[in-house]
Write a protein that binds this ligand. Structure first.
Ligand code: ARG
Length: 461
């Protein structure tokens, strides 16, 4: 039966086909450091319950230390007969501590409570790492915003020119979405910080062990309140899969803009050589591959979430082997983000914006028409009427191939008597921007406040 943990009642070992299907070491070996940490804590708990003598505890800890060192150095690794990370490490322990002592550690625990605990620990460590990488990207967006304090750009709705906005306001909008992603990771961490260790296979332990102690040793807040739930629940994994998919979707929205902004037609920004790629056939090409990979990988992360939810749907309590399928989607989502985020950050930090082009395009498409309407409202004209009048200004200007500020005083007065020459104060991009000074608006004063607040949040994260 190789190193299987369950040979007693079986007359024969498992078929090779069974072993092939069952093996999970190719992906769950990443849990080894957590398994070893939990084994150390478990040995102490067994000693406190008088199930290991002080001498046995000492020898057990020594063997676990040696095993941890060998795992770290790569001199101990799973063999094809090892079913999973837990079986492999028990084999390693027995090789070092002997069968008699090594065989004692399994008392009062099951791979079901082990894996549910270790997987939480792994996810917390990596989610925290992703959180730090997100704050790096936020910092890059804020640096770009700070570097272009007064730069205007066309703001869009329906992807059509809508109203001018500050480039810094637009970049900060992406930083705001990322701030919520970081907040979601933090919030998730709190819920994920429970330890099922001590739940056993599903019903708890009869050996007088101390789940509280293990939870504390492993840096988790407390033991689970229900051993069935502790071993069967995977909503912590599904929730993180959503948080990561949402993050990837947020990245994909910035990425899509980078793709569009760097085209010849837009010409809003240029990619740095180090963060773009060429074509093997077209010598002139400079491609936004990082942005495209960000866009593409978001699909993959959505798939990881959908796949995991489908695995969990309809599973009866408590542990079912289906649950082993919980690991690869999250390991994948996390490792994808761990390589994607630094690349997106580098691409963002090295983008060169063409502020002259952005400024030229900011008022294009009659994007100051709303300013005319709102100026009229401030003169006491009902918005319905003001909207009509501003629309008429656009129609007259468009018919003559002119801009709004090229309409004469006489033409303006003919459209509506309230349209005095003073309206010209909002017929500039700078005037339009400065007038949008309500909380959250694109006026330079408001944007400066927003950037300062974001900065301090990112520094605190
Ligand atoms: N490798 C399994 C998992 O990842 C844990 C083992 C539980 N297996 C079992 N037969 N009870 O979910």
């Amino acid at each position: 039966a190789g190193t299987a943990l369950w040979g007693g009642r079986f007359a024969s070992g498992p078929a090779p086909e069974m072993v092939e299907l069952s093996r999970s070491t190719q992906f769950d070996w990443v849990l080894a450091p957590y398994d070893l940490a939990a084994s150390r804590a478990h040995a102490q708990v067994l000693h406190r319950a008088d199930l290991l003598t002080a001498d046995e505890l000492g020898r057990m800890q020594d063997a676990l230390d040696r095993l941890a060192r060998d795992v770290g150095e790569g001199t101990f690794a799973p063999v094809p007969q090892d079913e999973d990370v837990h079986s492999a490490l028990e084999r390693g322990l027995i090789e070092r501590a002997g069968a008699e002592l090594g065989g004692k550690l399994r008392a009062g625990r099951s791979r079901n409570d082990q894996v549910a605990t270790l997987y939480r620990m792994y996810l917390r460590d990596h989610a925290r790492r992703v959180g730090v990488l997100v704050t790096d990207l936020q910092a890059a967006l804020l640096d770009q915003a700070d570097a272009h304090p007064g730069a205007a750009m066309p703001g869009r709705t329906h992807f059509q020119h809508a109203q001018p906005v500050l480039l810094a306001h637009h970049l900060a909008a992406h930083a705001q979405a990322l701030a919520r992603d970081v907040d979601r990771i933090r919030d998730w961490e709190r819920r994920a910080a429970v330890s099922p260790y001590g739940s056993g296979a599903l019903a708890g332990s009869s050996l007088g062990l101390d789940p509280q102690f293990i939870a504390k040793e492993l840096g988790l807040d407390r033991p689970v309140a229900n051993s069935i739930d502790g071993t069967a629940a995977r909503d912590f994994a599904a929730e993180l899969a959503f948080v990561l998919a949402m993050l990837a979707v947020d990245l994909s929205r910035w990425a899509e803009e980078v793709v569009v902004f760097t085209t010849a037609e837009f010409g809003y920004a240029r990619l740095d050589d180090a963060f773009s790629t060429g074509s093997s056939i077209m010598p002139q090409k400079k491609n936004p591959d990082i942005a495209e990979l960000a866009r593409g990988k978001s699909g993959r992360l959505i798939g990881n979430l959908a796949g995991l939810l489908a695995t969990l749907k309809g599973l009866p309590l408590a542990y079912n082997r289906d649950l082993q399928e919980d690991k690869e989607p999250l390991i994948d989502s996390l490792s994808q983000l761990e390589v994607l985020l630094p690349a997106v950050t580098g691409m963002t930090a090295t983008l060169t914006f063409d502020t002259a082009r952005l400024a030229d395009m900011a008022p294009a498409g009659y994007s100051l028409a709303t300013d005319v309407a709102e100026w009229l409202v401030r003169q006491g004209v009902p918005f319905r009427v003001a909207h009509e009048a501003a629309g008429a200004c656009v129609a007259v200007a468009e018919a003559g191939g002119r801009e709004l500020d090229q309409l004469s005083d006489v033409e303006l007065a003919r459209i509506h008597p309230a349209l005095t020459p003073q309206v010209r104060s909002v017929l500039t991009v700078a005037g339009s921007l400065a007038s949008r000074d309500g909380v959250g608006g694109t006026a330079p004063v408001r944007v400066a406040e927003q950037l300062a607040l974001l900065r301090s949040q990112v520094a605190a994260d």
